[in-house]
Design a protein around this ligand. Structure first.
Ligand code: IMP
Ligand code: MG
Length: 195
C-alpha cells in the first residue's frame, strides 16, 4: 500500500500528538455539558477511536452512515444510509468527520441534525482541504490543514482501499488514474455479463 503513495503527509505519531491537543481543547470546551458525538462513517472510524479515548468526560456516541464520493471526486449528492437518526434534541452535539473537502457532506449533515433541535452543534475534522467550499460550512476543530490533494490512510479510502494504513499520505496520480479507468470499464449494475 505504501508504494501507491507519492508521499507521506503525517506519520501516526504526528497524528496522535495532534489528537492530544485537539482532545484537550474539546474536553475543556465540553467540561460542564452533556456531549453527544455524532460520527460520520466510514471515513472517521479511526480518528473517532483515537480521539474519543483521549476525552475523559462522559459522552454519548452515535454514528451516521453518509456517502457523497465516487472514486476520487465528490458527487455533490449526499446519501444518508440509515433509517433512523440519532436522538439529539437538547444535546450538545459534536459532529466528527475525517475531512472537510467541498463541504457537501458536512453541510448536509449539519442541516439534517439541526432539524432535530440540538442545544448546540459543532464540527470537528481531522483534515481540512485548502480549497473553496462548494457549500457554506466550516469546522470548529481541525487537526491539520492540507493542500488540495487526494489523501488516503488512517480511515480515508480510495475506492474502499487504504483505510487501514496507519499514516496519511497523498495517493499517486497513476494509482488514481488506474482506479478511475477500472471504474469506467466496470459494467453497470444489472448489465448482461459477457459469456
Ligand atoms: P465533501 O462532501 O466534498 O466535503 O467531501 C467529504 C467526504 O469526501 C469526506 O467525508 C471523505 O469521505 C471524502 N473525501 C474528501 N476528500 C478526500 C480525500 O482526499 N481522500 C479520501 N476521501 C476524501
Ligand atoms: Mg467520509
Amino acid at each position: 500500500m505504501l508504494a501507491d503513495l507519492s508521499r507521506v503527509l503525517f506519520h501516526e505519531s504526528t497524528i496522535l500528538s495532534r489528537l492530544d491537543e485537539m482532545s484537550h481543547q474539546i474536553t475543556w470546551d465540553y467540561r460542564d455539558k452533556e456531549l453527544t458525538v455524532v460520527a460520520v462513517l466510514n471515513g472517521s472510524f479511526v480518528f473517532l477511536g483515537d480521539l474519543l479515548r483521549r476525552i475523559p468526560i462522559p459522552l454519548h456516541v452515535d454514528c451516521l452512515s453518509v456517502s457523497s464520493y465516487s472514486g476520487h471526486r465528490s458527487t455533490g449528492v449526499v446519501t444518508f444510509d440509515q433509517t433512523s437518526m440519532p436522538e439529539i434534541a437538547g444535546r450538545h452535539v459534536l459532529v466528527l468527520d475525517d475531512i472537510l473537502d467541498g463541504g457537501f457532506t458536512l453541510h448536509a449533515v449539519r442541516e439534517r441534525l439541526l432539524q432535530l433541535q440540538p442545544a448546540s452543534l459543532k464540527i470537528g475534522v481531522l483534515l481540512r482541504k485548502n480549497r473553496p467550499r462548494e457549500m457554506p460550512v466550516e469546522a470548529d476543530y481541525v487537526g491539520f490543514d492540507i493542500a488540495d490533494e487526494f489523501v488516503v490512510g488512517y480511515g480515508l479510502d480510495f475506492m474502499e482501499h487504504y483505510r487501514n494504513l496507519p499514516l496519511i499520505g497523498v495517493l499517486s496520480e497513476e494509482v488514481i488514474q488506474q482506479g478511475m479507468d477500472a471504474l469506467k470499464n466496470k459494467p453497470a449494475p444489472g448489465a448482461p455479463v459477457a459469456p
